[in-house]
Design a protein around this ligand. Structure first.
Ligand SMILES: Cc1cc2nc3c(=O)[nH]c(=O)nc-3n(C[C@H](O)[C@H](O)[C@H](O)COP(=O)(O)OP(=O)(O)OC[C@H]3O[C@@H](n4cnc5c(N)ncnc54)[C@H](O)[C@@H]3O)c2cc1C
Length: 521
């Protein structure tokens, strides 16, 4: 299982692997060993490695990425299935790899014009790109085969390099009049008719046998290939190559990507020639590096989202609290100070104590004459509350009930006091909880909700808990539109107090959000 499997170890793939390997990602590059420029003796326009043989450049790249822990295997990917986070990559050699993400940098295959003898000289003296090998044929006798209406583009660029350029317009190809006029004005000769063959003598190029049988002596032949994306293995995922367009003319095919390199299939990215046939080596390398960086960012974001979910589960989901209340005693057993401060003077009645934990508040209420319904979503908490209430001699005044406040429905049952201390939920979730609790308050009864105020963030005590904390004011919308009657808000404040720091024991200033409201009778 790798973070990323890179399909193709050309300039794009190795550069993507470099960005990922240097980000401590586990990366595998599977390469079939047929880079597009392999037929050429040298690679040009690659700053810092000008004129290097194509395979030497890649060998250097392979050594470099291996230094960052990237694995390399010589094989061909033939299958890709699964989904983001859990892809299965299979190879012609029978290997199987898991991958969270896949980076496709498989390049293109060039389909050449159908002229006998042409393919054998591809990359040697049959050329397509003035930037790759134009300088090498400067001032030579050059033929440009016009197989598409775009041939004028190549005519222009090779004429820049040589005074002796002949354009041979294949049968069935119509060059626009303005292109013909342009060629003639810059001194490019035009011949018509598909050439019969490439003429050679031993290893050397002689020229082209034209349609009329004559031989046009040439030192280089320029063609427009049709580059096709090497992406058969993507078809089962529904990713089909799309026509590639340049200057309004379609030629070849590519896999469509967004600027991040993301394809239409989540988790599958692509870079280099397979996404843009016009990219040279350096452009492909740069693209691979950029897309590798995007993949790393996406994985980092995914890892962080998982960490958040795990932490939230530890804070807010029942299994974590069951475990917590199955170990040593968690709380002091004393009542919360704001409960004592707010309720001591009230006439006792029925109280709903929400998130009762180990029963400290429920026992204090029962000891002061209240009939308490103590609720929590953890059975282990309810068991502790019941035991502690028995031990405190108020077991007959405390009943327990399993309630998840996130889905609590009082179903018409009401209490004279509904209270919750330090129940917290992420992303403002407490407003909905308070709305549910408010519905359980009897006419004339009191709602008391206490939590950690966001002011505590300043002390560093609740660092990273910003989304969990609430102010008393932020809960007020829970009392709006309550069909069962009006409310008198009696306390709505951030109330300072001190407590020992949990690690250092030093007395520190904290603040409680305190909301006390009375439902008008
Ligand atoms: C004749 C010729 C000469 C060129 N000369 C130059 C030049 O001098 N300078 C320049 O800048 N550009 C040059 N180019 C363009 C250059 O080749 C490309 O820009 C460059 O190769 C694109 O890099 P890439 O990594 O996208 O693809 P590639 O270099 O083509 O690499 C793709 C790799 O993926 C592998 N692969 C494909 N399918 C699979 C699969 N299913 N499983 C595993 N591996 C797979 C291939 O075998 C290959 O190794 C030339 C092109 C040609 C045709």
């Amino acid at each position: 299982m790798y973070d990323v499997v890179v399909v193709g170890g050309g300039a794009a793939g190795l550069s993507g692997a470099m960005a990922l390997g240097r980000s401590k990602r586990s990366v595998l590059v599977v390469d079939a060993g047929e880079p597009r420029n392999a037929p050429a003796g040298h690679a040009h326009n690659y700053l810092g490695r000008e004129g290097i043989p194509p395979r030497e450049l890649l060998e250097i790249g392979r050594t470099e990425v291996a230094q960052y822990g990237v694995d390399l295997v010589d094989d061909r990917v033939v299958g890709l299935s699964g989904a983001a986070g859990d892809f299965l990559v299979t190879t012609a050699g029978g290997r199987r790899y898991g991958a969270r993400r896949v980076l496709v940098t498989a390049g293109v295959v060039d389909e050449l014009p159908d002229v006998p003898g042409l393919a054998e000289r591809w990359g040697v003296d049959v050329l397509h790109c003035p930037y790759c090998h134009g300088w090498e044929v400067r001032d030579q006798a050059i033929a440009v085969l016009a197989t598409t209406p775009m041939a004028g583009h190549q005519g222009l660029l090779f004429r820049q390099l040589s005074d002796d350029v002949v354009m041979i317009v294949h049968d069935g190809v119509e060059l626009p009049d303005e292109e013909l006029e342009k060629m003639s004005a810059i001194g490019v000769r035009i011949e018509h008719g598909t050439p019969q063959e490439v003429v050679t003598e031993g290893d050397a190029l002689v020229g082209l046998r034209l349609a009329d049988g004559s031989v046009l002596e040439r030192q280089a032949i320029v063609v427009a290939s049709k580059p096709h994306a090497r992406a058969d293995f993507l078809a089962p995922l529904g990713l089909e190559p799309q026509p590639f367009e340049m200057n309004g003319v379609a030629f070849g095919s590519v896999i469509a990507v967004e600027s991040s390199g993301a394809t239409a299939v989540p988790g599958v990215f692509a870079a280099g020639n397979v996404t843009d046939v016009a990219m040279t080596l350096m452009a492909s390398a740069a693209h691979g590096m950029r897309v590798g960086a995007w993949i790393n960012a996406e994985l980092a974001a995914e890892d962080a989202a998982r960490a958040v979910a795990e932490r939230r589960a530890a804070h807010f989901e029942r299994p974590a609290w069951e475990e917590r209340y199955s170990g040593e005693q968690v709380w002091s057993g004393r009542a919360n100070v704001q409960l004592v401060a707010e309720v001591a003077a009230m006439t006792p009645g029925r109280a709903l104590e929400v998130g009762c934990g180990e029963g400290g508040d429920a026992i204090w209420l029962a000891s002061h004459g209240w009939d308490v319904t103590a609720v929590d979503f953890a059975d282990a908490a309810l068991a502790r509350t019941a035991t502690h209430a028995e031990e405190a001699g108020v077991g007959d005044r405390v009943s327990t009930r399993r309630v998840d406040v996130r889905i609590f429905e009082p179903d018409g049952e009401t209490w004279d006091l509904v209270t919750s201390h330090f129940v917290h939920l992420p992303d403002g979730g407490m407003v909905d909880v308070v709305r549910r609790l408010a519905a359980a308050v009897a006419p004339g009864g009191t709602l008391l909700v206490v939590g950690h105020d966001p002011e505590d963030l300043a002390t560093g005590l609740r660092h990273g808990h910003r989304t969990f904390l609430f102010t008393a004011e932020s809960l007020l919308p829970a009392l709006d539109g309550d069909g069962a009657g009006e409310w008198a808000v009696e306390v709505c404040e951030s109330r300072p107090r001190t407590q020992p720091h949990p690690q250092t024991g030093e007395e520190i200033a904290v603040a409680d959000a305190v909301l006390r409201a009375r439902r008008l009778a």
